[in-house]
Design a protein around this ligand. Structure first.
Ligand SMILES: Nc1ncnc2c1ncn2[C@@H]1O[C@H](COP(=O)(O)OP(=O)(O)OP(=O)(O)O)[C@@H](O)[C@H]1O
Ligand SMILES: [Mg+2]
Length: 217
């Protein structure tokens, strides 16, 4: 098993499984229950490996579930989302040609722009009006560096600032992984988990990756 797979294996699948940042997670879960056209654009910023992408994925799934449970309000409106990463952002043309047409669709489409802090200021300038006249689209912008987003973009989104997790949250998750992987918990492995939790600075991905050699030997 590679490092990547261990973090993937323990990636939360639902809002309840996401650790830390509880107020943000609860707020976002509530937003999945809005009517059509009433879900705002979301901006998720914060340090690496603290749950932004995981939360965006849970949001998309949670929204889908809500629409299924309230299908009378969302007829023929299921299963539509698009994900783009920094490598897709080739500037203004990408925004005009790929993103803008989504705002004209009748179906609600969730558009997840991962690493959107890499968008150039010019591209963000075009994004500005797209975010404002978004139609049935819901944009989720994600990035580590909030200072790279223009004020115009920020002001057209509800902004959620993720914080690093607390050391006990990381420690408990490491212990959970250790137990689930069939490793016997003793004072030695507890000490390792505690050290790694402290060293991780609350960045869960870093902590899980550092645990890998102890799990696989
Ligand atoms: N809040 C959390 N609760 C539980 N596990 C988490 C949490 N945050 C991160 N993880 C673990 O770390 C992995 C990476 O998390 P994620 O992709 O959500 O980070 P990110 O904030 O999007 O980071 P980046 O800014 O580098 O893209 C997850 O697959 C999961 O194993
Ligand atoms: Mg991410």
């Amino acid at each position: 098993m590679t490092e990547h797979q261990l973090t993937e294996k323990y990636r939360p699948k639902t809002f309840d499984q996401i650790l830390g940042n509880r107020d943000i997670i609860d707020h976002l879960q509530n937003l999945t229950r809005r009517g059509k056209g009433a879900v705002p654009n979301l901006l998720l910023t914060g340090p690496v490996g603290c749950g932004k992408t995981t939360t965006a994925q849970c949001f998309i799934k949670g929204r889908e579930l809500w629409k299924q449970q309230n299908s009378e309000n969302f007829p023929y409106d299921f299963g539509t989302f698009e994900e783009y990463n920094a490598s897709d952002y080739r500037g203004i043309d990408f925004i005009r040609e790929k993103i803008k047409p989504i705002t004209k669709l009748k179906k609600e489409t969730i558009v997840y722009l991962n690493e959107a802090d890499r968008l150039t200021p010019e591209a963000q300038d075009v994004m500005k009006s797209i975010l404002e006249f978004k139609g049935n689209a819901v944009f989720i912008l994600d990035g580590n560096d909030e200072t790279r987003f223009t004020d115009a973009v920020k002001s057209r989104c509800v902004h959620f600032r993720f914080k690093p997790l607390l050391v006990p949250e990381v420690y408990n998750q490491l212990l959970y992984i250790i137990k689930t992987e069939g490793i016997q918990v003793n004072t030695q492995i507890e000490k390792v988990a505690k050290e790694l939790a402290i060293q991780s600075n609350g960045y869960m991905r870093t902590a899980i990756n550092s645990l890998e050699p102890y799990i696989r030997g």
